[in-house]
Design a protein around this ligand. Structure first.
Ligand code: SF4
Ligand code: SF4
Length: 349
């Protein structure tokens, strides 16, 4: 039987440093790479117990992403293992260069690896500068052969444009398909515009040549203010993984200021953000909206956003993950009645 997603939990992993220096990144711009690795107040066992399947209400997709490089702190390994042992599906977002951690992940039992997805951010310029392209490819192949699923993703930036043909060839040769493309945002501006000097049309033309479902969908949503009823806070949540603070969404209200304090206490997932999305736009729509936080909004599945079919017919997503990533939140959650929605809307006026 296919597991269906109960919740999507996006976790901010408390690492601020990185081994790379991507020019467009705040870690580089603010010299955050000089920071030390985080000290965890709670043990990995405690964190994973707090996120049990029972407490979260079912099988979840838990996305773990550091502000710096996720795989640097050693705690990432037991946390990932504990969450997989709980029965969840785990996404790790990484620059793909910390080989020791991938060796450790490969030691996991096969069944756990079948529910592990790794998003390898493809920092081509940095990998080239540091002669790490070979290490990156090796780590992707290592995880693929171990039984995990993966996706290769580029953060487009204007400096990368002269290398597009080289990147395409490199990707076909080493990953069997072109990378996916995200849309970079300028965090310095409260409206979160696209980070580029190109016009929107030029940007679309340049990065659209990768035929990435992720890029095509994100461009449709980028800079569109969401006014529909959003279930973030009920079906999905944002967790500060170090402190245990659980929020409705990035700028949403706090659902629980510390879910680690009393792990026997149920979490009240009864605070949908509704019509009050506080963000300028849903810049990570490829996850929140593709899993279905706004059910009436037409979006591809998360599987379509992440997968690629390779030249040899193999796929980046293995069947178990592909099936799970093809499910939508409304399949295992109750929708709110129209009457209740209208009441919530009236309270806003
Ligand atoms: S790998 Fe990621 S966190 Fe590290 S510098 Fe590049 S963009 Fe920033
Ligand atoms: S529309 Fe997106 S950003 Fe806004 S609350 Fe919903 S999930 Fe969060």
């Amino acid at each position: 039987m296919t597991d269906k997603i109960k919740r999507f939990i996006d976790c901010n992993f408390p690492v601020k440093t990185c081994n790379l220096r991507c020019h467009y990144c705040y870690v580089t711009q603010n010299r955050e790479f000089e920071k030390e690795l985080p000290k965890f107040k709670y043990t990995p066992e405690h964190i994973t117990k707090a996120l049990s399947k029972e407490r979260l209400g079912g099988v979840c997709n838990i996305n773990i992403c550091g502000e710096g490089e996720t795989m640097l702190p050693p705690e990432i390994i037991p946390i990932t293992k504990g969450l997989l042992e709980n029965g969840h599906y785990v996404n790790l977002i990484t620059n793909g260069t910390i080989s020791k951690r991938f060796d450790e992940l490969c030691e996991f039992p096969k069944e756990l690896l079948s529910r592990l997805f790794i998003k390898f951010s493809f920092q081509f310029l940095e990998l080239k500068r540091l002669h790490l392209l070979g290490t990156y490819v090796e780590n992707v192949h290592k995880m693929q052969q171990a039984g995990a699923s993966f996706s290769i993703e580029i953060t487009p930036n204007d400096e990368l444009i002269p290398y597009i043909e080289e990147i395409k060839q490199f990707s076909i040769d080493n990953f069997g398909a072109l990378p996916h493309i995200t849309v970079a945002r300028n965090n310095m501006d409260k409206n979160l515009p696209i980070l580029t000097n190109l016009s929107r049309t030029e940007y679309q033309k340049v990065w659209g040549q990768f035929n990435s479902e992720m890029f095509n969908y994100k461009m449709k949503c980028f800079n569109v203010k969401r006014k529909e009823f959003c279930y973030a806070g009920a079906w999905t949540a944002f967790l500060m993984m170090g402190s245990g603070e659980l929020k409705q969404c990035y700028l949403g209200k706090t659902i629980n200021s510390n879910i680690y304090e009393n792990i026997d206490k149920p979490i009240d997932f009864n605070m949908p953000i509704g019509y009050k999305c506080p963000d300028a736009h849903c810049f990570n729509s490829h996850a929140w909206l593709c899993f279905g936080d706004i059910p009436e909004h037409q979006a591809p599945t998360y599987a379509e956003i992440r997968n690629r079919i390779c030249n040899d017919g193999s796929e980046w997503l293995k069947p178990k993950i592909k099936n799970f990533f093809s499910t939508k939140l409304e399949e295992s959650n109750k929708k709110i009645s129209l009457l209740k929605k209208i009441q919530m809307k009236c309270q806003l006026q």
